[in-house]
Design a protein around this ligand. Structure first.
Ligand SMILES: [Zn+2]
Ligand SMILES: [Zn+2]
Length: 388
């Protein structure tokens, strides 16, 4: 690699990140199309917004994405969805992390360079990256296409040890380099801002609904109407289920019904849910903090399943009574995102079709096009940047 080429690309990337105009991004594709043919494949200077402590605001960070491996693609990130996992991670709720840490695992953008063996994408491809960027590839789970349950631990999009020993940095940044096996194609008919949130919130709720065979005639309880819950209601409704929503926020009732719920329970102390005892075939729990599971488990029919996908602070686990599952032979389960091959083959199109009522209130994506100036100078534009 000639140093002059490398230097000029870095300067260009820096400028495009700062300026962030669509025209500049279009130029970047052309530039990389030329350079990806062998004139240099990184490492890629990148910029992002990182947590530097458990409680401080996100702050600007310059860093480098790795050089392209044969199967890697470099992606210019246009949008990144905001997930509660990001907040849990920065706050250290799920264990100690290495600061500075950039979070964000609902990336949507455009391929700007490809490695020599990449076969699924080309420069200019519209793509997304979700919660994982690698896995061991050889354990029984990986071999059966369930890398989200990799026995050796998959590499998460942020906060994981990467193949080169560095800690992965997430999507609130300008560029990312990812193995093509962990990149999804986004159809031209789908806007990138809307596609990102499906890659964590979407698949995390869609996967258990499919696994536990939600279908017409089934009664489903969706616990928590937030970023995940508002998609879960829509998916379960489209699958034909009779959906009820539980929320602590009374003014979400109208939204819940608009998303497809037939009934809404307000979760507050003293609420009488006795008429819902043994009423549901499946409960999907998205509540991201400690709560009383004994309010929910008795609402399951015999042999039915309560599945958690929301995870709170690990030091404050949920508890439930010893007899709760025994009396009705019910199951308490959990589920972790979804496998890529399944997503690629069929789920992504289903997700995109069925989540047509998106709502800024429940899930949004941050644009990285505005560049660092906007991110730094307008922290009040979105709560993410000032969550503490
Ligand atoms: Zn997430
Ligand atoms: Zn594995």
């Amino acid at each position: 690699m000639k140093q002059s080429n490398n230097t000029s690309r870095r300067e260009f990337l820096h400028q495009s990140a700062v300026l962030g105009a669509g025209a500049v991004l279009a130029q970047s594709s052309n530039l990389f199309a030329e350079k990806s043919s062998g004139l240099g494949n990184g490492p890629y200077p990148a910029e992002g917004m990182a947590g530097y402590s458990e409680t401080g605001p996100l702050q600007f960070l310059k860093f480098q994405r790795r050089a392209l491996g044969p199967k890697d693609v470099a992606i210019k990130i246009h949008y990144c969805g905001v997930c509660h996992s990001d907040i849990h991670t920065i706050h250290g709720d799920w264990g100690n992390i290495h600061y500075p840490q950039i979070v964000g695992h609902e990336l949507a953008g455009e391929v700007v360079a490809i490695g020599t063996s990449v076969s699924k994408f080309d420069v200019g491809s519209r793509v997304g990256v979700g919660t994982m960027v690698d896995s061991c590839r050889h354990c029984p789970e990986c071999l059966r296409g369930s890398e989200n349950y990799c026995e050796n631990g998959n590499t998460q999009t942020y906060g994981s040890k990467d193949r080169d020993g560095s800690i992965t940095q997430g999507g609130y940044s300008t560029f990312v380099v990812v193995d093509e096996d962990f990149v999804l194609s986004i159809p031209a008919s789908i806007d990138l801002a809307g596609a990102g949130p499906l890659l964590c919130a979407g698949i995390t709720t869609y996967s258990p609904l499919r696994h536990w065979s939600v279908a017409p005639g089934k009664k489903v309880l969706v616990a928590g109407l937030g970023g995940l819950g508002h998609l879960a209601v829509q998916f379960a409704t489209k699958m034909g289920a009779d959906v009820t929503v539980v929320t602590t926020t009374p003014d979400k009732e109208e939204d819940a019904r608009r998303f497809g719920a037939k009934d809404v329970l307000i979760n507050k102390d003293g609420a009488d849910w006795s008429k819902y005892k043994r009423a549901f075939d499946f409960i999907l729990d998205m509540i991201p903090y400690q709560h009383d599971l004994d309010r929910f488990l008795p609402l399951l029919k015999r042999d039915a399943t309560f599945c958690r996908v929301g995870v709170g602070k690990l030091t404050t686990p949920n508890e439930y009574g010893q007899m709760t599952t025994v009396l009705e032979r019910t199951s308490l389960a959990g589920s972790n995102t979804a496998a890529f091959e399944r997503l690629r083959k069929c789920w992504i199109s289903a997700l995109l079709r069925t989540s047509n009522r998106r709502s800024q209130r429940y899930r949004w994506a941050e644009s990285t096009k505005r560049g660092r100036g906007s991110l730094r100078n307008k922290p009040g534009t979105v709560s993410l940047w000032t969550w503490r």
